[in-house]
Design a protein around this ligand. Sequence first.
Ligand SMILES: NC(=O)c1ccc[n+]([C@@H]2O[C@H](COP(=O)([O-])OP(=O)(O)OC[C@H]3O[C@@H](n4cnc5c(N)ncnc54)[C@H](OP(=O)(O)O)[C@@H]3O)[C@@H](O)[C@H]2O)c1
Length: 353
Amino acid sequence: MALKVTVVGVGMVGEQIVSILRERNFPMKWPPRICATRARSEVLAGEGFHVEETAEGAFEGVDVVFFAGKEGGKGASVQWGKKAVDAGAICVDNGGDFRMDPAVPLVVPEVNLDAVTPDKSFIASPNCSTIQMVLVLDALHRAARIRRVVVSTYQSVSGWGVAAQEDLLKQIPHALKSLDDIPFEPTVFASPIAFNLFPHIDKFLEDGYTKEEMKMVWETQKIMGDDTIKISPTTVRVPVLVGHGEAINIETEKKLSAAEAREILANSPGVVVIDEPNTNSPRNDPLERTYPVPLDVRRPEYQDMVLVGRIREDPTIENGLNLWCVADNLRKGAALNVVQIAEGLIERGRLNP
Ligand SMILES: NC(=O)c1ccc[n+]([C@@H]2O[C@H](COP(=O)([O-])OP(=O)(O)OC[C@H]3O[C@@H](n4cnc5c(N)ncnc54)[C@H](OP(=O)(O)O)[C@@H]3O)[C@@H](O)[C@H]2O)c1
């Protein structure tokens, strides 16, 4: 019997969920029920859907609900999560409202699917910048125990949602004429983002960090089950449409050479290492190496992976590594992760198609 699925939210992440369910042949009755704040027709991933206004009936008899609505008191999972669980569905939420709730498992399936014990029906998926970092850190932590991480992110505008991507595209023609007076939508970002970048993602907290930065600390410690790992983050928005980059400095208890780290990561699920001599370099630099960039996530062989490069030892500390990673924030950073959680629950017999 095919699973019955509801997707709540038809923004950037909701559309990707629909596309990924189809592309991975998720064992479900097609089409899924699609809900948002209001009813209408919508083309998602090339297919026409009837979008319903979200209401209690949307969860009756449904096996899995993927939440991809906005966060907060008026957001989708706060309004509808409990009702969906009470109706008997397993819910997987992309938003941040319940990630740090001790009763809610926060899951990257390659790392901690075990956190979904039989009594849990509401599962949170981490923030996009956390997911890609955790896949890298977990593999190295198992080999050499991580003590401290310093991370700087380079996050694309799609991480904010559809309005931010549209705003960047609108700003570019103005910026090409003059950089001095680029109109921008101040309810999205605090400055124009075209040909610019800023160290400000999500709200500021009292200690001067932003909420995005602290999500990377709290969520990573929860997923890896180790709050002794120290994490020092700076999160930066860059004028890239899709694909987040992260420069990560890692201090371990046990020494790992760059070659050992490369080998560990190359053998880790969900990770691809792109870090070898660039024999095709047109720049005649014999030391040039290959490395991943955000546009790489458009390639089918990379779209679902965390790409890692620039792996090198940090000579300024005893056991240190530097590396760079890139992933599609809408796929592995959001929609793919929630679908993989549901696939993991099928494999474990928790969901029975
Ligand atoms: N973008 C990313 O890279 C990323 C990564 C990880 C996690 N997330 C999380 O994923 C979620 C969706 O993000 P997004 O970028 O796709 O946002 P988005 O493009 O702004 O789309 C939000 C969607 O949610 C719907 N919605 C909002 N409130 C709702 C409610 N109370 N009930 C039902 N539907 C509601 C909206 O409906 P209408 O269309 O009717 O307005 C819209 O379709 C957010 O929680 C975000 O934090 C995003």
